[in-house]
Design a protein around this ligand. Structure first.
Ligand code: CAA
Length: 390
């Protein structure tokens, strides 16, 4: 039976910092961020936005198109959890008014977590083809001010509806995957910013890509040329170029000219360049960008997906784009959301960065900023209070 992604919806915050502004303040050439990292803007979440509000806002357009009682599995991948015990999935479950007959849990393994959710959901839908699963991935990427990772910050959420006979992407059963205990990027419980060995992390990303690809190649007998497009986890979009060239080298294919690389991966990079790293959401943000923006009709074409979560877990897999997929995208909403964001000054960005949801155990009411369809209203008796904005 065919299973895969039936609908895909993305959400980011309503505020951004232009990386040319950051470059000027940091005394760095703007081209380093634009060309060297492949990033233009970073999404900045206001104080009343978090992974719950981002993920619920991403999922809401999907919910408006389906019977919510069909969802019996809700998996939420994140490394920006809002509670040490309770799953963020349950806050979203409440905001979306999902059926009580639903398993709802949070999954963690850095940026790989949503892929873990996706693979579990695919197996579950195989067993329950009349049911659907909702897989969420949302994160707020934070590094220390002035650190090399700072220009790669961002935030966003993805919502994937997983079903039998999906309308967008039938996922292939064969995958290559790789687990290894490495310290390339992590965030101890006492820190709000990640610790990262940046250069090392890119080396591990590329070496686990090669191992996952080799397994995939053996399992499927496919060659790189069988993949019409390639989507990657995007900590910064330039890494996707390096990843694609690395796969070519592994296959002993001469490095393709820039326009060919652009054809293979360019459209998938469009949203991440504008949001920065969205960790668990990043790979699927790139899938949404590809389907929304590729000028060619990809119906019947096989695309690859590479998921990487520091620590580390990696997986290489693929899927076939379904005929008529363009009728089931949220492309207009995605483009409008990115176009209508408010630009921050450097000072505003730093003020927001330094703001933390109070951890004093008291009651707090938060001022309303521009958010998606939901916002964090406040905290009362240690309980986070969320509300719809419309
Ligand atoms: N014009 C054009 N390009 C320029 C330039 C200029 N004026 N100045 C520099 N560059 C280029 C450099 O040549 C370099 O390109 P190459 O890699 O092709 O050589 C690029 O800009 C980056 O510059 P640096 O090598 O000086 O690197 P940096 O000190 O700025 O750090 C980084 C880069 C290590 C990726 C850093 O941004 C970082 O630590 N990021 C966070 C960690 C991360 O994203 N890791 C990715 C893999 S881990 C993962 O995927 C999980 C996850 O999501 C975190």
């Amino acid at each position: 039976m065919n299973v895969g992604i039936d609908l895909i919806s993305f959400q980011t915050s309503q505020y951004f910092l232009d990386l040319a502004t950051l470059a000027q303040v940091r005394g760095v050439e703007a081209e380093k961020y634009r060309a060297g990292l492949g990033q233009e803007r970073m999404a900045v979440p206001p104080p009343d936005e978090d992974i719950v509000t981002l993920a619920a806002s991403a999922a809401k357009p999907i919910m408006e198109k389906i019977n919510s009682n069909d969802i019996e599995l809700l998996l939420f991948g994140t490394e920006s959890g809002v509670d040490q015990s309770k799953a963020a999935a349950l806050f979203v479950h409440g905001l979306l008014n999902l059926s009580k007959r639903c398993r709802a849990v949070e999954i963690k393994e850095a940026c790989y977590a949503a892929t873990a959710g996706l693979q579990l959901a695919l197996a579950w839908v195989q067993q329950h083809p009349d049911k659907k699963a909702l897989v969420l991935g949302a994160d707020i990427a934070r590094y220390d001010l002035g650190s090399p990772g700072e220009p790669t910050q961002g935030c966003g959420a993805i919502a994937l509806l997983i079903s039998a006979n999906p309308r967008l992407l039938v996922l292939d059963p064969e995958t290559g995957f790789h687990a290894e205990n490495v310290m390339d990027f992590w965030r101890p419980n006492y820190r709000t910013e990640a610790l990262v060995d940046g250069k090392y992390s890119t080396l591990v990303y590329l070496s686990t890509l090669v191992d996952s690809w080799r397994q995939y190649r053996v399992a499927t007998g496919r060659k790189l040329g069988d993949l019409a497009r390639s989507c990657f986890h995007l900590p910064f979009t330039r890494l996707a170029e390096k990843a694609y060239v690395r796969l070519c080298r592994e296959e002993k294919i001469p490095e393709p000219p820039p326009d060919e690389i652009q054809r293979k991966i360019g459209p998938s990079l469009l949203y991440n360049r504008q949001t920065g790293n969205t960790y668990a959401a990043s790979l699927y943000e790139s899938v949404a960008a590809l389907l929304d923006n590729d000028p060619e009709d990809l119906s019947g074409q096989r695309i690859s997906l590479f998921s990487y979560g520091s620590g580390c877990m990696a997986e290489f897999f693929s899927g076939v784009v379904q005929p008529g997929y363009r009728e089931h995208l949220f492309a207009e909403r995605h483009r409008r959301m990115l176009a209508e964001r408010t630009e921050l000054t450097y000072r505003q960005y730093e003020d927001v960065f330094r703001y933390h949801v109070p951890a004093d155990g008291g009651d707090h009411v938060f001022a309303p900023y521009r958010t998606g369809l939901y916002r964090l209203q406040g905290i009362k008796q240690h309980v986070r209070l969320y509300a719809a904005t419309t």
